[in-house]
Design a protein around this ligand. Structure first.
Ligand SMILES: [Ca+2]
Ligand SMILES: [Ca+2]
Length: 193
């Protein structure tokens, strides 16, 4: 998902074969601080109970790049609107999804937070990659490499071999590489050919 873009979340609520009326609310941990309490983190709140929804959400422009948790809660209609991302809610269900947020207007490499200097210290090449992806750092120490697929699943997690990633067995497509260093972390969009 891209910051500042709009998407539709499509939901059907069923119990067995029967549709049931639910309220729903959707949050996203936009600033990745582990909660859904910040001012722009409620992305959608239904004001009517329905058995199916097309919920329009817009990823806030300030959303930080990288794996981000989206929380969806549905609850039985008599419980009313769902206002809280945590705690008990009558006859409710809560599901978390991990999404990858990328910055709207910036081409790879993309930068997390204000770590602009860090991106100058790390070289990731070649991109697009076919076989081996090399990661070279200067004036900083790489501690870990995590490669995510577009759904946010961890594909590789290297704590030992932190100079290259063998990409030969990856399927073609877009990946996100998180480089953790002693000076912070930075994300790169990687295209596997
Ligand atoms: Ca938050
Ligand atoms: Ca917070």
């Amino acid at each position: 998902m891209t910051a500042a873009e709009s998407y539709e979340v499509i939901l059907d609520f069923k119990q067995g074969d029967r549709f049931i009326s639910q309220f729903i609310t959707i949050w996203m941990d936009v600033n990745q601080d582990g909660d859904f309490e910040d001012s722009n983190e409620m992305l959608y709140q239904s004001d009517l109970a329905q058995s199916s929804f097309i919920a329009p959400i817009t990823i806030p422009e300030t959303a930080i790049n990288g794996p981000t948790t989206m929380r969806l809660r549905s609850g039985w209609s008599a419980g009313g609107q769902i206002s809280s991302p945590c705690g008990y809610w009558a006859f409710s269900e809560t599901e978390d999804y991990e999404l990858i947020v990328t910055e709207a207007s910036v081409k790879a490499p993309t930068i997390a937070f204000d770590e602009v200097a860090l991106v100058d210290l790390i070289k990731v090449y070649p991109n697009p990659v076919v076989n081996e992806l090399f990661i070279k750092a200067k004036d900083t120490k790489i501690k870990q490499l995590i490669l995510y697929d577009i759904l946010g699943r961890v594909i590789k997690n290297n704590k030992q071999n932190i100079e290259k990633i063998d990409s030969s067995s990856l399927k073609s497509g877009m990946y996100l590489l998180e480089v953790k260093t002693n000076r912070g972390r930075v994300f790169y969009r990687i295209l596997k050919k």
